[in-house]
Design a protein around this ligand. Structure first.
Ligand code: NAP
Length: 285
């Protein structure tokens, strides 16, 4: 029977660690770390994510603010807000919730965020830092996946890892983190030939595709650790991952459920990044 990793419990542990770190930070610097989230438009899923981030920040003792803007906001107005937050010394972390409204290009806005405050880890400076082994703010979802693997006692050194998906947000940084942990990494995507056979090579398989229950038993090696990043709706409208949990459960060694796996870790790692950014800013004064 597979070991099912409890993302909720592990996320809670990370959030407790961050809270303790925030207490130390506050005692040392006389203020709380500040996290500012920019939410433009009325996307209902984004509104839920942002509310959850706001609550989690407050519970960790982080000074959280949400800037809610109408979907009619222009790119220039968004850029002006980001620049204002960059210049505000009380702001340690800036997160622009994606997607931004139609017609507003996201790339210039993400690149406008001060890399030292880029708690999403999407700025080119942080992407470069991650791949070159320098210290960097690392995207929250992949770093949450690594923490899940560590907590599950999954050995990464020398392991064959396959990352299914090559987005800038999940797939690529995930591959970089696995490489940094001395795994031998393959990145698979929609043009990969013999996809199931490639995935079957993996001791560690990370699915970040966005296709409901695509990863079935023929994709997994017996005993493999499978991390499911996907957040999809199945044919009945129920939340599900990229992995067909029921089909692979008896084959794999370790697996994350959806919901209750990677999802809760993303917010926990955001809090962790905010504390890291705040500490680095204070230490670099
Ligand atoms: P994305 O930008 O759409 O990227 C999907 C990747 O999957 C692409 O690289 C694409 O390949 C590949 N792909 C799509 N269909 C495929 C197929 N049939 N066979 C092989 N590869 C295929 O998505 P994303 O932002 O990385 O997100 C992936 C999933 O994770 C989504 O379900 C998303 O909701 C979820 N997610 C969850 C969290 C969380 O906190 N739990 C956070 C972020 C994302 P090409 O590059 O060749 O097109």
């Amino acid at each position: 029977m597979a070991q099912v990793l409890d993302g909720k419990a592990i996320a809670l542990k990370v959030r407790e660690e961050v809270k303790e770190g925030v207490d130390v930070f506050r005692a040392k610097y006389g203020r709380a770390p500040g996290l500012h989230v920019v939410l433009a438009g009325e996307d209902p899923a984004s509104a839920v994510y942002v509310r959850n981030k706001e609550k989690a920040a407050a519970a960790a003792g982080i000074d959280g603010h949400v800037h809610r803007l109408l979907s009619s906001v222009s790119g220039e107005e968004l850029l002006a807000l980001v620049r204002k937050l960059n210049a505000d010394d009380s702001v340690d972390g800036i997160l622009v919730q994606l997607p931004v409204p139609d017609g507003v290009p996201s790339a210039p806005i993400l690149e406008a965020v001060d890399p030292a405050k880029d708690v999403d880890g999407f700025h080119a400076v942080n992407v470069g830092g991650l791949w070159s082994g320098g210290s960097a703010l690392v995207p929250c979802t992949p770093s949450g996946c690594i923490r899940l693997l560590q907590e599950g006692g999954v050995a990464l050194e020398g392991a064959r890892a396959v990352v299914l998906g090559r987005s800038n947000i999940v797939g690529k940084p995930m591959a970089s983190l696995l490489l940094a942990n001395n795994a031998t990494v393959t990145i698979a995507h929609s043009r990969t030939k013999d996809l199931a056979a490639v995935c079957r090579e993996a001791d560690v398989l990370v699915a970040a595709v966005g296709r409901a229950k695509m990863v079935s038993r023929e994709y997994v090696k017996p005993g493999a650790a499978v991390i499911d990043v996907g957040m999809n709706r199945d044919e009945n409208g129920k939340l599900c991952g990229d992995v067909d949990f029921a089909d692979v459960e008896s084959t794999v060694g370790v697996i994350t459920p959806v919901p209750g796996g990677v999802g809760p870790m993303t917010i926990a790692m955001l809090l962790n990044n905010t504390l890291r950014a705040a500490t680095a800013r204070e230490e670099n004064r």
